[in-house]
Design a binder for this molecule. Structure first.
Ligand SMILES: NC(=O)c1ccc[n+]([C@@H]2O[C@H](COP(=O)([O-])OP(=O)(O)OC[C@H]3O[C@@H](n4cnc5c(N)ncnc54)[C@H](OP(=O)(O)O)[C@@H]3O)[C@@H](O)[C@H]2O)c1
Length: 172
């Protein structure tokens, strides 16, 4: 089960995708503290085949490897430490976040902004959509998102057994 609504029109979509707990937490000690297989499967199905943009710290938490089947753009002040390909996937590391977004759209019409907090906040005003997984409980995270939904409208909800996913579209 994935969100396909934005595939119905031909606009480019820059989509922030994240999972948050009941306290707004997204990360702890450099990783995501929960392991939710339904959300993992949803994230994989939702993003597969599309470009993802990720902050360097989040990329580190993935073991410095791009996710299979998804071109990867890494935001960092030290791009020279990265190769241009990893496991046969194009990989671009830059300090210019807008150049990363343009590169992403050269690969696919849908680009996913996959965190962390610094990257979400930097691109927030440019996001066309938000896909937010609500994770039950308070995981005592050390990184919280102050979600500002005022420019967005919730248009869809997917209910899984162990989490739910909200799709927000920009209206203003
Ligand atoms: N729950 C979720 O959905 C989710 C999703 C993603 C991540 N997370 C969690 O979020 C946490 C990481 O988030 P974070 O906010 O600490 O880090 P982040 O956004 O993943 O990465 C931050 C990095 O971005 C680069 N950066 C920041 N400002 C920059 C600028 N002006 N120019 C160029 N590069 C810049 C820097 O890389 P350099 O230091 O290399 O210069 C900085 O260290 C982890 O706990 C992770 O597990 C959670």
């Amino acid at each position: 089960m994935t969100i396909q609504r934005f595939l119905l029109n031909d606009k480019r979509h820059l989509i922030g995708i994240m999972a948050i707990d009941e306290a707004g937490g997204i990360g702890k000690d450099g990783i995501v503290p929960w392991d939710n297989p339904e959300d993992r499967a949803f994230f994989k199905a939702q993003t597969m085949g599309h470009t993802i943009i990720v902050g360097r710290k989040t990329f580190e938490s993935w073991g410095r490897k791009p996710l299979p089947g998804r071109p990867c753009a890494v935001w960092t002040r030290n791009p020279n430490q990265f190769d241009s390909h990893c496991f046969d996937l194009p990989l671009l590391a830059l300090s210019d976040v807008y150049a990363l977004v343009e590169w992403g759209f050269a690969q696919s019409d849908i680009v996913y902004v996959c965190g962390g907090k610094m990257l979400y906040e930097t691109l927030w005003s440019h996001l066309t959509d938000l896909i937010v997984t609500l994770i039950p409980g308070n995981w005592n995270c050390d990184i919280q998102m102050n979600m500002d939904y005022h420019a967005f409208e919730c248009v869809q909800r997917l209910q899984f057994e162990t989490c739910s996913v909200l799709h927000w579209e920009r209206v203003g």
